[in-house]
Write a protein that binds this ligand. Structure first.
Ligand code: GLN
Length: 487
Protein backbone atom coordinates (compact mmCIF):
# COMPACT_ATOMS: atom_id res chain seq x y z
CA UNK A 1 0.00 0.00 0.00
CA UNK A 2 2.98 2.35 0.27
CA UNK A 3 2.55 5.28 -2.09
CA UNK A 4 6.20 4.99 -2.97
CA UNK A 5 8.94 2.87 -1.44
CA UNK A 6 10.99 5.93 -0.48
CA UNK A 7 9.99 5.89 3.17
CA UNK A 8 10.33 2.15 3.69
CA UNK A 9 12.93 0.76 6.04
CA UNK A 10 15.64 -0.96 3.94
CA UNK A 11 15.80 -3.77 6.51
CA UNK A 12 12.23 -4.75 5.58
CA UNK A 13 12.22 -4.36 1.84
CA UNK A 14 15.77 -3.88 0.64
CA UNK A 15 17.28 -0.84 -1.02
CA UNK A 16 15.35 2.05 -2.51
CA UNK A 17 16.32 2.28 -6.15
CA UNK A 18 16.42 5.73 -7.74
CA UNK A 19 15.85 6.51 -11.42
CA UNK A 20 17.25 9.43 -13.44
CA UNK A 21 13.98 11.34 -13.12
CA UNK A 22 14.11 11.00 -9.35
CA UNK A 23 11.57 8.25 -8.69
CA UNK A 24 12.20 6.26 -5.51
CA UNK A 25 11.33 2.73 -6.44
CA UNK A 26 11.42 -0.91 -5.46
CA UNK A 27 14.80 -2.64 -5.85
CA UNK A 28 13.40 -4.80 -8.67
CA UNK A 29 13.83 -1.82 -10.97
CA UNK A 30 17.57 -2.01 -10.49
CA UNK A 31 17.50 -5.57 -11.81
CA UNK A 32 15.38 -4.49 -14.76
CA UNK A 33 17.83 -1.73 -15.67
CA UNK A 34 20.77 -4.08 -15.30
CA UNK A 35 19.14 -6.70 -17.51
CA UNK A 36 17.59 -4.62 -20.26
CA UNK A 37 20.25 -1.89 -20.17
CA UNK A 38 17.67 0.90 -20.49
CA UNK A 39 17.00 3.80 -18.12
CA UNK A 40 13.61 3.50 -16.47
CA UNK A 41 11.47 6.32 -15.13
CA UNK A 42 8.76 7.30 -12.68
CA UNK A 43 6.14 5.46 -14.72
CA UNK A 44 8.04 2.20 -14.31
CA UNK A 45 6.75 1.38 -10.85
CA UNK A 46 3.17 1.35 -9.58
CA UNK A 47 1.86 0.35 -6.16
CA UNK A 48 -1.74 -0.11 -5.01
CA UNK A 49 -1.26 2.87 -2.70
CA UNK A 50 -0.23 5.07 -5.59
CA UNK A 51 -3.25 4.14 -7.72
CA UNK A 52 -5.73 4.47 -4.85
CA UNK A 53 -4.24 7.81 -3.85
CA UNK A 54 -4.62 9.12 -7.39
CA UNK A 55 -8.21 7.89 -7.68
CA UNK A 56 -9.20 9.38 -4.32
CA UNK A 57 -7.53 12.66 -5.20
CA UNK A 58 -9.53 12.78 -8.42
CA UNK A 59 -12.70 12.08 -6.49
CA UNK A 60 -11.93 14.95 -4.12
CA UNK A 61 -11.36 17.26 -7.06
CA UNK A 62 -14.77 16.28 -8.37
CA UNK A 63 -13.33 14.77 -11.52
CA UNK A 64 -15.71 11.81 -11.36
CA UNK A 65 -18.72 14.14 -11.38
CA UNK A 66 -20.46 12.40 -8.52
CA UNK A 67 -20.04 8.88 -9.87
CA UNK A 68 -19.74 5.98 -7.45
CA UNK A 69 -15.99 5.40 -7.28
CA UNK A 70 -15.08 1.72 -7.54
CA UNK A 71 -12.17 -0.65 -8.07
CA UNK A 72 -13.61 -1.39 -11.50
CA UNK A 73 -13.53 0.83 -13.53
CA UNK A 74 -11.78 3.66 -11.66
CA UNK A 75 -8.77 1.88 -10.18
CA UNK A 76 -8.35 -0.40 -13.21
CA UNK A 77 -8.61 2.55 -15.63
CA UNK A 78 -5.96 4.45 -13.71
CA UNK A 79 -3.69 1.38 -13.83
CA UNK A 80 -4.13 0.95 -17.59
CA UNK A 81 -3.46 4.66 -18.13
CA UNK A 82 -0.23 4.28 -16.18
CA UNK A 83 0.93 1.38 -18.35
CA UNK A 84 0.13 3.35 -21.52
CA UNK A 85 1.96 6.40 -20.17
CA UNK A 86 5.05 4.30 -19.55
CA UNK A 87 5.01 3.11 -23.17
CA UNK A 88 4.42 6.66 -24.37
CA UNK A 89 7.29 8.35 -22.49
CA UNK A 90 9.82 5.67 -23.37
CA UNK A 91 8.73 5.12 -26.97
CA UNK A 92 9.50 1.44 -26.35
CA UNK A 93 8.67 -1.18 -28.98
CA UNK A 94 7.79 -3.70 -26.31
CA UNK A 95 6.72 -2.94 -22.76
CA UNK A 96 7.29 -5.60 -20.12
CA UNK A 97 4.99 -5.32 -17.09
CA UNK A 98 5.58 -7.48 -14.07
CA UNK A 99 2.66 -8.01 -11.72
CA UNK A 100 4.41 -8.88 -8.49
CA UNK A 101 3.25 -11.37 -5.91
CA UNK A 102 1.51 -14.69 -6.26
CA UNK A 103 -1.70 -15.50 -8.11
CA UNK A 104 -4.50 -15.57 -5.53
CA UNK A 105 -3.08 -12.71 -3.45
CA UNK A 106 -5.79 -10.25 -2.50
CA UNK A 107 -3.25 -7.50 -3.11
CA UNK A 108 -2.90 -8.11 -6.83
CA UNK A 109 -6.52 -8.72 -7.85
CA UNK A 110 -7.11 -5.26 -9.31
CA UNK A 111 -3.82 -5.34 -11.20
CA UNK A 112 -4.74 -8.65 -12.81
CA UNK A 113 -8.17 -7.35 -13.74
CA UNK A 114 -6.50 -4.27 -15.26
CA UNK A 115 -4.18 -6.31 -17.48
CA UNK A 116 -7.02 -8.61 -18.50
CA UNK A 117 -8.87 -5.54 -19.76
CA UNK A 118 -5.66 -4.20 -21.27
CA UNK A 119 -5.17 -7.26 -23.47
CA UNK A 120 -8.82 -7.05 -24.53
CA UNK A 121 -8.33 -3.43 -25.55
CA UNK A 122 -5.06 -3.79 -27.48
CA UNK A 123 -6.04 -7.14 -29.00
CA UNK A 124 -4.68 -10.52 -28.03
CA UNK A 125 -2.01 -10.38 -30.76
CA UNK A 126 -0.49 -7.30 -29.15
CA UNK A 127 -0.33 -8.71 -25.67
CA UNK A 128 1.39 -11.78 -24.36
CA UNK A 129 0.83 -13.27 -20.91
CA UNK A 130 3.83 -15.00 -19.41
CA UNK A 131 3.13 -16.84 -16.18
CA UNK A 132 6.13 -17.62 -14.02
CA UNK A 133 5.46 -20.47 -11.63
CA UNK A 134 7.40 -22.56 -9.19
CA UNK A 135 7.87 -26.24 -9.99
CA UNK A 136 9.00 -27.81 -6.73
CA UNK A 137 11.32 -30.81 -6.51
CA UNK A 138 10.50 -33.54 -4.00
CA UNK A 139 13.74 -35.26 -3.11
CA UNK A 140 12.01 -38.17 -1.32
CA UNK A 141 10.42 -39.40 -4.52
CA UNK A 142 12.94 -37.72 -6.86
CA UNK A 143 10.34 -35.89 -8.91
CA UNK A 144 9.18 -32.45 -9.97
CA UNK A 145 5.58 -31.52 -9.23
CA UNK A 146 3.42 -29.69 -11.75
CA UNK A 147 0.42 -29.47 -9.44
CA UNK A 148 1.06 -25.92 -8.10
CA UNK A 149 1.31 -24.71 -11.72
CA UNK A 150 -1.98 -26.33 -12.65
CA UNK A 151 -3.64 -24.64 -9.70
CA UNK A 152 -2.25 -21.16 -10.29
CA UNK A 153 -3.19 -21.36 -13.99
CA UNK A 154 -6.71 -22.46 -13.04
CA UNK A 155 -6.88 -19.43 -10.76
CA UNK A 156 -5.70 -17.16 -13.57
CA UNK A 157 -8.22 -18.62 -15.97
CA UNK A 158 -11.01 -17.97 -13.50
CA UNK A 159 -10.27 -14.26 -13.80
CA UNK A 160 -10.17 -14.43 -17.56
CA UNK A 161 -6.45 -14.65 -18.25
CA UNK A 162 -5.02 -17.50 -20.30
CA UNK A 163 -1.25 -17.60 -20.09
CA UNK A 164 0.43 -17.86 -23.50
CA UNK A 165 3.78 -18.90 -22.10
CA UNK A 166 4.59 -20.67 -18.85
CA UNK A 167 8.03 -20.20 -17.38
CA UNK A 168 8.68 -23.09 -15.03
CA UNK A 169 11.02 -21.92 -12.29
CA UNK A 170 12.90 -24.79 -10.73
CA UNK A 171 16.30 -25.72 -9.38
CA UNK A 172 17.02 -28.21 -12.16
CA UNK A 173 15.56 -29.15 -15.53
CA UNK A 174 12.00 -30.38 -14.94
CA UNK A 175 12.20 -32.62 -18.02
CA UNK A 176 10.13 -33.18 -21.13
CA UNK A 177 7.34 -35.13 -19.40
CA UNK A 178 6.54 -32.40 -16.90
CA UNK A 179 6.67 -29.73 -19.62
CA UNK A 180 4.23 -31.75 -21.74
CA UNK A 181 1.97 -32.32 -18.78
CA UNK A 182 1.94 -28.57 -17.96
CA UNK A 183 1.16 -27.77 -21.60
CA UNK A 184 -1.74 -30.21 -21.72
CA UNK A 185 -3.31 -29.26 -18.40
CA UNK A 186 -2.76 -25.53 -18.76
CA UNK A 187 -3.79 -25.19 -22.37
CA UNK A 188 -0.54 -23.78 -23.77
CA UNK A 189 1.52 -24.90 -26.75
CA UNK A 190 4.18 -27.45 -25.87
CA UNK A 191 7.10 -25.26 -26.91
CA UNK A 192 5.63 -22.46 -24.77
CA UNK A 193 6.52 -24.18 -21.53
CA UNK A 194 10.02 -22.94 -20.76
CA UNK A 195 12.35 -24.30 -18.09
CA UNK A 196 13.98 -21.61 -15.98
CA UNK A 197 16.65 -23.27 -13.89
CA UNK A 198 18.83 -22.01 -11.06
CA UNK A 199 22.30 -21.03 -12.24
CA UNK A 200 25.52 -20.24 -10.43
CA UNK A 201 25.43 -16.72 -11.88
CA UNK A 202 22.24 -14.74 -12.53
CA UNK A 203 23.70 -13.15 -15.65
CA UNK A 204 23.83 -16.51 -17.38
CA UNK A 205 20.04 -16.68 -17.40
CA UNK A 206 19.41 -14.85 -20.72
CA UNK A 207 21.57 -17.45 -22.46
CA UNK A 208 19.81 -20.32 -20.65
CA UNK A 209 16.37 -18.90 -21.47
CA UNK A 210 17.39 -18.55 -25.09
CA UNK A 211 18.55 -22.17 -25.19
CA UNK A 212 15.20 -23.18 -23.73
CA UNK A 213 13.38 -21.26 -26.45
CA UNK A 214 11.81 -18.33 -24.61
CA UNK A 215 12.71 -15.58 -27.10
CA UNK A 216 11.68 -17.71 -30.07
CA UNK A 217 8.12 -18.23 -28.83
CA UNK A 218 7.71 -14.67 -27.53
CA UNK A 219 8.70 -13.17 -30.88
CA UNK A 220 6.52 -15.66 -32.74
CA UNK A 221 3.44 -15.14 -30.58
CA UNK A 222 3.72 -11.35 -30.78
CA UNK A 223 4.35 -11.45 -34.52
CA UNK A 224 7.62 -9.53 -34.18
CA UNK A 225 10.65 -9.65 -36.42
CA UNK A 226 14.24 -9.03 -35.48
CA UNK A 227 17.58 -10.62 -34.94
CA UNK A 228 18.82 -11.73 -31.58
CA UNK A 229 22.33 -10.73 -30.65
CA UNK A 230 23.50 -12.59 -27.56
CA UNK A 231 27.15 -11.74 -28.11
CA UNK A 232 27.32 -9.11 -25.33
CA UNK A 233 25.85 -11.59 -22.84
CA UNK A 234 28.24 -14.31 -23.92
CA UNK A 235 31.20 -11.94 -23.60
CA UNK A 236 29.99 -10.97 -20.13
CA UNK A 237 29.58 -14.57 -18.99
CA UNK A 238 33.04 -15.45 -20.36
CA UNK A 239 34.45 -12.52 -18.38
CA UNK A 240 32.65 -13.65 -15.23
CA UNK A 241 33.94 -17.19 -15.60
CA UNK A 242 37.54 -16.21 -16.27
CA UNK A 243 38.04 -14.28 -13.01
CA UNK A 244 41.15 -15.22 -11.06
CA UNK A 245 42.02 -14.31 -7.48
CA UNK A 246 39.89 -12.21 -5.18
CA UNK A 247 39.77 -8.93 -3.35
CA UNK A 248 38.18 -8.62 0.04
CA UNK A 249 36.03 -5.53 0.50
CA UNK A 250 34.55 -4.61 3.88
CA UNK A 251 31.08 -3.12 3.44
CA UNK A 252 30.39 -1.06 6.55
CA UNK A 253 26.78 -0.11 7.16
CA UNK A 254 23.93 -0.42 9.56
CA UNK A 255 21.51 -2.35 7.38
CA UNK A 256 23.90 -5.27 6.80
CA UNK A 257 21.49 -7.78 8.36
CA UNK A 258 19.58 -7.70 5.07
CA UNK A 259 22.06 -7.79 2.20
CA UNK A 260 19.35 -6.60 -0.22
CA UNK A 261 19.59 -3.20 1.48
CA UNK A 262 22.77 -2.72 -0.54
CA UNK A 263 21.80 -4.69 -3.64
CA UNK A 264 22.96 -2.18 -6.26
CA UNK A 265 26.23 -1.56 -4.39
CA UNK A 266 26.89 -5.32 -4.34
CA UNK A 267 26.04 -5.63 -8.05
CA UNK A 268 28.29 -2.66 -8.85
CA UNK A 269 31.17 -4.20 -6.87
CA UNK A 270 30.68 -7.50 -8.69
CA UNK A 271 30.58 -5.80 -12.09
CA UNK A 272 33.82 -3.97 -11.27
CA UNK A 273 35.24 -7.37 -10.29
CA UNK A 274 34.30 -8.79 -13.72
CA UNK A 275 36.06 -5.82 -15.32
CA UNK A 276 39.19 -6.29 -13.20
CA UNK A 277 39.17 -10.07 -13.54
CA UNK A 278 38.77 -10.76 -9.81
CA UNK A 279 36.13 -12.11 -7.44
CA UNK A 280 34.91 -9.52 -4.98
CA UNK A 281 34.47 -11.11 -1.61
CA UNK A 282 32.32 -8.87 0.59
CA UNK A 283 32.85 -8.82 4.32
CA UNK A 284 29.65 -7.49 5.93
CA UNK A 285 30.46 -5.22 8.85
CA UNK A 286 27.74 -3.89 11.14
CA UNK A 287 28.86 -0.33 11.93
CA UNK A 288 26.88 -0.45 15.17
CA UNK A 289 29.20 -3.13 16.52
CA UNK A 290 32.50 -1.45 15.63
CA UNK A 291 34.71 -0.08 18.40
CA UNK A 292 38.34 1.07 18.59
CA UNK A 293 39.11 -2.34 20.10
CA UNK A 294 37.81 -4.59 17.33
CA UNK A 295 38.96 -2.51 14.33
CA UNK A 296 42.19 -4.34 13.59
CA UNK A 297 40.53 -7.73 13.93
CA UNK A 298 37.60 -6.65 11.74
CA UNK A 299 39.73 -5.22 8.95
CA UNK A 300 42.44 -7.88 9.03
CA UNK A 301 43.14 -8.97 5.45
CA UNK A 302 40.67 -6.45 4.00
CA UNK A 303 41.76 -4.85 0.70
CA UNK A 304 39.27 -1.99 0.67
CA UNK A 305 36.49 -0.38 2.70
CA UNK A 306 33.21 0.87 1.34
CA UNK A 307 30.66 2.87 3.32
CA UNK A 308 27.38 3.14 1.38
CA UNK A 309 24.32 5.32 1.93
CA UNK A 310 22.18 5.49 5.04
CA UNK A 311 20.02 7.66 7.25
CA UNK A 312 19.95 8.65 10.90
CA UNK A 313 22.30 8.65 13.83
CA UNK A 314 22.74 4.98 14.64
CA UNK A 315 26.03 3.36 13.68
CA UNK A 316 27.66 6.61 12.57
CA UNK A 317 30.66 6.48 14.90
CA UNK A 318 31.55 2.98 13.66
CA UNK A 319 31.58 4.29 10.09
CA UNK A 320 33.83 7.20 11.09
CA UNK A 321 36.22 4.75 12.78
CA UNK A 322 36.31 2.66 9.58
CA UNK A 323 37.18 5.68 7.46
CA UNK A 324 39.92 6.70 9.89
CA UNK A 325 41.28 3.15 9.81
CA UNK A 326 41.40 3.23 6.02
CA UNK A 327 43.13 6.63 5.96
CA UNK A 328 45.72 5.69 8.55
CA UNK A 329 46.46 2.22 7.17
CA UNK A 330 46.66 3.00 3.46
CA UNK A 331 43.52 1.05 2.59
CA UNK A 332 41.38 2.16 -0.38
CA UNK A 333 38.16 3.85 0.78
CA UNK A 334 34.96 4.49 -1.13
CA UNK A 335 32.22 6.53 0.52
CA UNK A 336 28.83 6.75 -1.12
CA UNK A 337 26.39 9.48 -0.11
CA UNK A 338 26.40 9.02 3.69
CA UNK A 339 29.85 7.43 3.22
CA UNK A 340 31.08 10.67 1.60
CA UNK A 341 29.67 12.70 4.48
CA UNK A 342 31.45 10.34 6.90
CA UNK A 343 34.73 10.92 5.05
CA UNK A 344 34.31 14.71 5.37
CA UNK A 345 33.45 14.43 9.09
CA UNK A 346 36.42 12.15 9.78
CA UNK A 347 38.80 14.48 7.92
CA UNK A 348 37.43 17.53 9.74
CA UNK A 349 37.81 15.85 13.13
CA UNK A 350 41.20 14.21 12.76
CA UNK A 351 43.04 16.33 10.23
CA UNK A 352 41.50 19.77 10.76
CA UNK A 353 41.08 19.52 14.52
CA UNK A 354 37.34 20.23 14.52
CA UNK A 355 36.85 17.75 17.33
CA UNK A 356 33.07 17.52 17.35
CA UNK A 357 32.58 17.86 13.60
CA UNK A 358 29.34 16.21 12.47
CA UNK A 359 26.34 16.49 10.17
CA UNK A 360 23.22 18.54 10.90
CA UNK A 361 21.39 15.24 10.57
CA UNK A 362 23.11 13.85 13.68
CA UNK A 363 23.42 16.95 15.83
CA UNK A 364 21.54 20.03 14.73
CA UNK A 365 23.11 22.12 17.52
CA UNK A 366 26.79 21.37 16.82
CA UNK A 367 28.94 24.37 15.86
CA UNK A 368 30.95 22.28 13.41
CA UNK A 369 28.32 20.98 11.04
CA UNK A 370 30.64 20.21 8.13
CA UNK A 371 27.63 18.52 6.52
CA UNK A 372 24.36 20.40 6.67
CA UNK A 373 21.22 21.50 4.90
CA UNK A 374 22.36 24.46 2.86
CA UNK A 375 19.87 27.32 2.83
CA UNK A 376 21.79 29.12 0.07
CA UNK A 377 21.38 26.11 -2.22
CA UNK A 378 17.80 26.97 -3.00
CA UNK A 379 16.16 25.10 -5.81
CA UNK A 380 18.32 22.11 -4.99
CA UNK A 381 17.28 21.18 -1.47
CA UNK A 382 13.51 21.40 -1.65
CA UNK A 383 11.37 22.53 1.24
CA UNK A 384 9.23 20.29 3.41
CA UNK A 385 11.84 17.68 4.27
CA UNK A 386 11.97 16.32 0.77
CA UNK A 387 15.18 15.09 -0.73
CA UNK A 388 17.42 16.00 -3.63
CA UNK A 389 16.46 13.20 -5.97
CA UNK A 390 17.51 11.94 -9.37
CA UNK A 391 20.10 12.99 -11.94
CA UNK A 392 22.22 16.13 -11.54
CA UNK A 393 25.30 17.16 -13.50
CA UNK A 394 28.75 17.14 -11.92
CA UNK A 395 31.82 19.00 -13.17
CA UNK A 396 35.12 17.17 -12.75
CA UNK A 397 38.39 18.77 -11.67
CA UNK A 398 41.44 17.87 -13.73
CA UNK A 399 44.18 15.72 -12.27
CA UNK A 400 41.95 13.87 -9.81
CA UNK A 401 40.79 10.27 -9.26
CA UNK A 402 37.45 11.44 -10.68
CA UNK A 403 39.10 12.45 -13.94
CA UNK A 404 41.15 9.28 -14.08
CA UNK A 405 38.00 7.19 -13.59
CA UNK A 406 35.52 8.96 -15.87
CA UNK A 407 37.92 10.45 -18.44
CA UNK A 408 35.33 13.21 -18.91
CA UNK A 409 34.89 16.82 -17.80
CA UNK A 410 31.22 16.54 -16.91
CA UNK A 411 29.04 13.63 -15.85
CA UNK A 412 25.53 13.02 -14.56
CA UNK A 413 24.72 10.87 -11.53
CA UNK A 414 21.68 10.03 -9.42
CA UNK A 415 21.08 11.53 -5.99
CA UNK A 416 19.00 10.77 -2.93
CA UNK A 417 19.91 12.87 0.08
CA UNK A 418 18.97 15.86 2.19
CA UNK A 419 22.31 17.07 3.49
CA UNK A 420 25.32 18.54 1.68
CA UNK A 421 28.93 19.49 2.19
CA UNK A 422 28.84 22.76 4.15
CA UNK A 423 30.65 25.42 2.12
CA UNK A 424 31.37 27.40 5.29
CA UNK A 425 34.19 24.90 6.00
CA UNK A 426 35.26 24.40 2.38
CA UNK A 427 38.33 26.63 2.41
CA UNK A 428 39.67 25.17 5.66
CA UNK A 429 39.24 21.56 4.55
CA UNK A 430 40.87 22.24 1.17
CA UNK A 431 43.74 24.02 2.86
CA UNK A 432 44.31 20.94 5.03
CA UNK A 433 44.48 18.69 1.97
CA UNK A 434 40.95 17.59 1.08
CA UNK A 435 40.48 17.69 -2.69
CA UNK A 436 37.12 18.80 -4.02
CA UNK A 437 37.17 16.88 -7.28
CA UNK A 438 33.55 17.14 -8.40
CA UNK A 439 31.08 20.00 -8.07
CA UNK A 440 27.84 21.26 -9.54
CA UNK A 441 28.57 23.12 -12.81
CA UNK A 442 28.45 26.47 -10.92
CA UNK A 443 30.90 24.98 -8.37
CA UNK A 444 28.55 25.75 -5.49
CA UNK A 445 27.69 22.21 -4.46
CA UNK A 446 30.44 19.76 -3.56
CA UNK A 447 29.74 16.44 -5.26
CA UNK A 448 32.93 14.47 -4.62
CA UNK A 449 35.92 14.71 -2.30
CA UNK A 450 39.22 12.83 -2.39
CA UNK A 451 42.54 12.51 -0.67
CA UNK A 452 45.75 12.93 -2.63
CA UNK A 453 47.40 9.55 -2.37
CA UNK A 454 48.24 6.47 -4.41
CA UNK A 455 45.27 4.52 -3.18
CA UNK A 456 41.67 5.22 -4.13
CA UNK A 457 40.22 7.44 -1.43
CA UNK A 458 37.02 9.09 -2.52
CA UNK A 459 33.59 10.09 -1.35
CA UNK A 460 30.69 10.81 -3.70
CA UNK A 461 27.53 12.61 -2.65
CA UNK A 462 25.66 10.82 -5.44
CA UNK A 463 24.91 7.11 -5.86
CA UNK A 464 27.11 5.72 -8.65
CA UNK A 465 25.86 2.17 -7.96
CA UNK A 466 22.52 2.91 -9.64
CA UNK A 467 24.17 3.41 -13.02
CA UNK A 468 26.42 0.37 -12.97
CA UNK A 469 25.47 -2.37 -15.38
CA UNK A 470 26.90 -5.89 -15.53
CA UNK A 471 28.20 -5.26 -19.04
CA UNK A 472 29.25 -1.68 -18.29
CA UNK A 473 30.75 -1.49 -14.83
CA UNK A 474 30.79 1.95 -13.24
CA UNK A 475 34.07 3.92 -13.64
CA UNK A 476 34.38 4.72 -9.91
CA UNK A 477 33.77 1.10 -8.90
CA UNK A 478 36.30 -0.05 -11.53
CA UNK A 479 38.92 2.32 -10.09
CA UNK A 480 38.10 1.31 -6.51
CA UNK A 481 38.43 -2.42 -7.20
CA UNK A 482 41.57 -1.82 -9.26
CA UNK A 483 43.09 -0.06 -6.26
CA UNK A 484 42.02 -2.90 -3.90
CA UNK A 485 43.58 -5.36 -6.32
CA UNK A 486 46.87 -3.42 -6.42
CA UNK A 487 46.97 -3.46 -2.67
N1 GLN B 1 21.39 10.77 5.38
C1 GLN B 1 22.17 11.48 4.44
C2 GLN B 1 21.40 12.63 3.83
O1 GLN B 1 20.20 12.66 3.86
C3 GLN B 1 22.72 10.55 3.35
C4 GLN B 1 21.67 9.98 2.50
C5 GLN B 1 22.12 8.75 1.74
O2 GLN B 1 23.13 8.15 2.06
N2 GLN B 1 21.37 8.34 0.74
O3 GLN B 1 22.00 13.52 3.26
Amino acid sequence: MNIDPGTMNPIQHGEVYVTDDGAETDLDLGHYERFIDEDLNKYSNLTSGKVFFKVLEKERKGEYLGETVQIIPHVTNETKAFIRKSAEVTGADVLITEIGGTIGDIESQHFLEAIRQFSYEVGRKNCLFIHVCLVPYISGSDEYKSKPTQHSVKELQSIGINPDVIVARSDGDVGEDIRRKIALFCNVKEDCVISDVTLPCLYESPIMLHKNGLDKVVVRELGLKGKLDLKPWKTLVAKINSRKGEVKVALVGKYVKLHDSYLSVVEALNAAGYENGVFVNIKWVDSDELTEDNLSETFDGVDGIIVPGGFGNRGIEGMILSCKWARENGIPYFGICLGMQIMVIEFARDVCGLKNATSGEFDAKSEHKVIDIMPDQKGVVKKGGTMRLGAYPCKIKAGTIMERAYKKAEISERHRHRYEFNNYFRELLIEKGLVVSGTSPDENIVETVELKRDKFFLGAQFHPEFKSRPNAAHPLFIEFIRSCKDK
